[in-house]
Design a protein around this ligand. Structure first.
Ligand SMILES: NC(=O)c1ccc[n+]([C@@H]2O[C@H](COP(=O)([O-])OP(=O)(O)OC[C@H]3O[C@@H](n4cnc5c(N)ncnc54)[C@H](OP(=O)(O)O)[C@@H]3O)[C@@H](O)[C@H]2O)c1
Length: 350
C-alpha cells in the first residue's frame, strides 16, 4: 500500500519539478475532475504551473470545473475540448487533433506529461454497437482509450517527465477470455462482466506492447480506483435496478466502509506520475521510491495493473492460463485493425 502522505509528497515534488501539461479525457466529471483538482491544489502550494485539457460532453460542467480550479490556482490554463460521443473513434481523432493543434499553437514546447483516460461510467448495459461497429461500453472503456493514446503519442513522446498514461477502470478483473471472439460478437458470450474481463486483458496486453515499443519514454497503467462516489453513479442510462440498489442499500449501508473520498482519489491518481512507475528500461534511474512491479512480473517494466492504493495487482494466475505472447499479438492486431477499418470509413465486424 502506498501511504496517502507518500502520494501527496510525490505530487508536491512533481509540480515543483517542472511546468506540466495534462490531458483528462472524461475530465468533465468524477475521477478526471478530482485528479485535475488535485493538480490545481498541488500547484497552488508552490508549483511551476500547468496547462490542461478536459474532454467530455457537458460544457456547463466543464465551465464549473475550470472556474473551481482557477479559484484554487488562478494561473491555471485549462481548455475544454467538447466531444459529443467519444465512443466513436472518429470523435476521439477529432478531440486529439484539437488538443495537438492547440498545444502546437500556444507553446514552443508542445507535449503531454500526463494523460488520464476515464471516459465511460455506465455499466451493466446490454451490447449496443456504434455506427463504427464497436460495442459502446467496450469502446468507451477500451478502444477509444487505446486510440487516444496512439493519436496523442507524438506529444506524449516529447515529455521529459517521462510521460504517464493512466486508464481508470477495473484493473485486476480478468476472468474468462474468448480468444477467437475478442469483440464478443456472439451474444451468448456477451454480458457486462464478460466484456469487462476482455477489456482488462486487452488493456494489459496493449499497454505492454506500447511500453515495449517506447522504452524509456512512456509509462502506462490501468487502475481500479476503488469506489469513488460521484455523479457517475446517478447517470440516467444506468439500469434502474442498479440505481435503486446503489441508492437505497449500498451508499447508506456499505458506502462509509468501502468508499474512497474524491480528494484521496484525485491525490492518488495524480501520484501515479511519480518515478515509482517508470517506463521500461529506466527502472534504476531517478526512482527515489520503491519501484512498482509491472504486468510482466518485473519491477519497473513500464506497463502496470494497479490497485486503488497504487500497488501492483496480483494478476499472474490470469495470464498463466493463456499463451501471453500469442494473445498480445492477437490483441494488438485486432485493435489496430479496428482502427484501420474505421479510419477507412468502414464498419468493423471482426
Ligand atoms: N467511480 C467509481 O467508483 C469507479 C469504480 C471503478 C471503476 N470506475 C471506472 O472509472 C471510470 C471513471 O469513473 P467516474 O466515476 O469518473 O465516471 P463519471 O463521473 O461518469 O465520468 C465519466 C466521464 O466520461 C465522459 N463520457 C462518458 N461517456 C461519454 C461519451 N459517450 N462521450 C464523451 N464523453 C463521455 C463523461 O462526460 P460528461 O459528464 O461530460 O457527459 C465524464 O467526463 C469509468 O470507466 C468507471 O467505470 C469508476
Amino acid at each position: 500500500m502506498v501511504d496517502l502522505s507518500v502520494a501527496r509528497a510525490a505530487n508536491a515534488t512533481l509540480v515543483q519539478s517542472q511546468p506540466l501539461v495534462a490531458v483528462f479525457i472524461g475530465g468533465t466529471s468524477g475521477i478526471g475532475h478530482y485528479t485535475l483538482r488535485a493538480l490545481a491544489t498541488a500547484e497552488a502550494n508552490g508549483g511551476k504551473g500547468f496547462r490542461a485539457y478536459i474532454v467530455g460532453r457537458n460544457a456547463k460542467a466543464a465551465e464549473e470545473i475550470i472556474a473551481e480550479c482557477r479559484g484554487i490556482y488562478p494561473d491555471a490554463q485549462i481548455k475544454f475540448v467538447k466531444a459529443d460521443d467519444i465512443s466513436l473513434i472518429q470523435a476521439v481523432d477529432q478531440a486529439c487533433a484539437e488538443i495537438i493543434q492547440s498545444e502546437e499553437k500556444q507553446s514552443q514546447d508542445p507535449r503531454i506529461d500526463y494523460l488520464m483516460l476515464s471516459q465511460g461510467g455506465s455499466i451493466f448495459l446490454p451490447r449496443k454497437d456504434t455506427k463504427e461497429g464497436l460495442d459502446v461500453t467496450m469502446s468507451l472503456m477500451y478502444y477509444s482509450r487505446m486510440r487516444a493514446i496512439t493519436k496523442l503519442l507524438p506529444l506524449l513522446l516529447k515529455s521529459t517527465l517521462p510521460a504517464k498514461v493512466v486508464s481508470v477502470y477495473a484493473a485486476g478483473y480478468e476472468a474468462k477470455l474468448y480468444p477467437d471472439d475478442l469483440s464478443l460478437r456472439d451474444l451468448s458470450h456477451y454480458s457486462y462482466s464478460q466484456a469487462r474481463s476482455h477489456m482488462i486483458y486487452m488493456h494489459t496486453l496493449f499497454l505492454e506492447k506500447l511500453a515495449e515499443q517506447h522504452q524509456g519514454k512512456l509509462s502506462l497503467m490501468h487502475i481500479f480506483p476503488g469506489l469513488v462516489l460521484g455523479p457517475g453513479f446517478q447517470r440516467p442510462d444506468l439500469p434502474l435496478w442498479f440505481r435503486r440498489v446503489w441508492r437505497w442499500f449500498f451508499v447508506p449501508i456499505l458506502g462509509p466502509l468501502l468508499t474512497v473520498s474524491p480528494t484521496e482519489c484525485g491525490d492518488r491518481m495524480l501520484s501515479l506520475a511519480s518515478p515509482r512507475y517508470p517506463p521500461q528500461g529506466t527502472e534504476s534511474s531517478g526512482a527515489t521510491d520503491k519501484v512498482v512491479v509491472g504486468t510482466d512480473g518485473k519491477p519497473g517494466s513500464g506497463a502496470y495493473s494497479l490497485s486503488r492504493k497504487g500497488e501492483a495487482m496480483n494478476i499472474k494466475k490470469a495470464y498463466e492460463k493463456i499463451n501471453k505472447d500469442e494473445m498480445k499479438k492477437k490483441v494488438w492486431d485486432h485493435t489496430t485493425k479496428a482502427f484501420e477499418v474505421i479510419e477507412a470509413g468502414e464498419v468493423f465486424t471482426d
